[in-house]
Design a protein around this ligand. Structure first.
Ligand SMILES: [Zn+2]
Length: 155
């Protein structure tokens, strides 16, 4: 999944604790749960080499920037909450695996000892589906985004 659902999922997971470290950890774990939900990835915006290395197109930079802006605007409404810092740790945890694995500047570490297992695990756990099943992806994203917002507002 992409930035918005992972940020929302991470923040929602962080509402389960007031400990910053746990908030990060819950967000981190939520990432892999969300990636297991069948979904579409904006793959046509990434050029994947045979060894797994990902090259970003200019449109992916635009897409990522737009998603970050949406995320920042959305969470700016939460800035007066007493658990805001905890939510930030959850968001960071929720985004962390993608920040490492999809980072165009970290691709050179893709085959380094030990780190490669993290890349491998994240690439493996993804349950991305062909474009013709976009409606399944849509249902999953609506449940993740809607459910996360509901959890965030219920707190
Ligand atoms: Zn991911």
């Amino acid at each position: 999944m992409t930035i918005v659902p992972h940020a929302l999922g991470g923040a929602a997971a962080a509402t389960l604790t007031s400990n910053y470290l746990l908030a990060f950890l819950f967000g981190f774990l939520s990432h892999f749960i969300l990636d297991r939900i069948p979904h579409l990835e904006p793959k046509f915006l990434v050029k994947q080499e045979e060894d797994g290395t990902k090259k970003w197109s200019i449109w992916l930079f635009v897409f990522v920037a737009a998603e970050f802006i949406i995320t920042i605007i959305f969470f700016s409404f939460f800035k007066d909450r007493s658990d805001f810092i905890s939510l930030l740790f959850g968001i960071f945890g929720g985004l962390f695996p993608d920040i490492v694995v999809n980072n165009p500047f970290l691709q050179k570490f893709r085959h380094k000892p030990l780190i490669k297992y993290f890349f491998w695990f994240h690439d493996k756990i993804h349950l991305d589906i062909p474009g013709k099943y976009w409606y399944i992806s849509l249902i999953g994203e609506v449940i993740v985004i809607g459910g996360s917002i509901w959890l965030l507002l219920a707190k």
